[in-house]
Design a protein around this ligand. Structure first.
Ligand SMILES: Nc1ncnc2c1ncn2[C@@H]1O[C@H](COP(=O)(O)OP(=O)(O)O)[C@@H](O)[C@H]1O
Ligand SMILES: [Mg+2]
Length: 239
């Protein structure tokens, strides 16, 4: 489903270059729910943005459903992203002038799907995330947790191969966080959607099937919580 091969990335600031990711390798199978765990600045968002095709790595390759998103032309990549990739942001990123239902349907508007099919799909997803009764409200009339549910429904509407979520509960209190993670786990189980969830919280990561832990741009462990431990020679760094 997703294959990350020898990804190395730096950010250039004039003549200075800051290395951010070092030779990252891993594979995610279809239907898996994976946490990308690490403290602030460890490179999680950079890796997620690379995997979602939002930027190109300096070195290495990334395959989604056997297509290299690194080698793809920009035109092809935008189309590929629209069809195959979903994204959930920490700050929801809903369009305030559109209703809940219109927000959820927006990705299908860009795919010229008919209004009746859009409506059918959006209402069914809003029901799945538990806010069907909010369909005709505007985002400003919803709580943070409800807005994130809208954004989850929007990410699913194109039936993407994989959904990337960058700290999806980062703006929420712990009770709402639990609800949102519960919804993501349930959707993964019932719809078999592949999820890559970025988090800095060990207890969120531990609910996922697999954990990739990043430290200072290095993949220090695969599965299990090793936060606070020094990477040792014996710890599995997948290659
Ligand atoms: N656009 C950028 N330009 C320069 N440095 C960046 C840029 N984006 C991120 N960084 C740096 O890369 C490192 C990793 O950042 P990031 O991927 O956002 O980490 P995380 O999401 O784990 O907090 C940090 O040191 C950050 O300052
Ligand atoms: Mg981040």
């Amino acid at each position: 489903m997703l294959r990350v091969e020898n990804i190395t990335h730096s950010f250039k600031n004039g003549s200075e270059s800051t290395p951010v990711l070092h030779d990252i390798n891993f594979t995610v199978n279809p239907g898996e729910m994976v946490a990308l765990l690490g403290s602030s600045g460890s490179g999680k968002s950079t890796l997620l943005n690379l995997m979602a095709g939002l930027m190109k790595p300096m070195e290495g390759d990334i395959y989604i459903a056997d297509h290299s998103i690194v080698k793809m032309s920009e035109n092809k990549l935008s189309e590929f992203r629209r069809k195959h990739i979903g994204f959930i942001f920490q700050a929801y990123e809903l369009i305030t002038s559109l209703t809940v239902r219109e927000n959820v349907e927006l990705p299908l508007v860009f795919q010229s799907v008919s209004p009746s099919i859009r409506k059918q799909k959006s209402l069914s997803l809003l029901e799945k995330v538990g806010i069907l009764d909010k369909a005709d409200l505007f985002p400003s009339q919803l709580s943070g947790g409800q807005q994130q549910r809208v954004s989850i429904a929007r990410s699913l509407i194109t039936e993407p191969s994989v959904i990337f979520a960058d700290e999806p509960t980062g703006n929420l209190d712990s009770k709402t966080e639990e609800e949102i993670i519960g919804i993501l786990l349930e959707l993964n189980k019932t719809m078999n959607t592949t999820f890559i969830i970025v988090t800095h919280e060990t207890d969120v990561a531990e609910q996922m099937q697999r954990i990739f832990a990043l430290r200072d741009g290095y993949l220090v462990s695969e599965k299990g919580s090793l936060v606070g431990m020094e990477p040792k020679g014996g710890i599995s760094i997948e290659n």
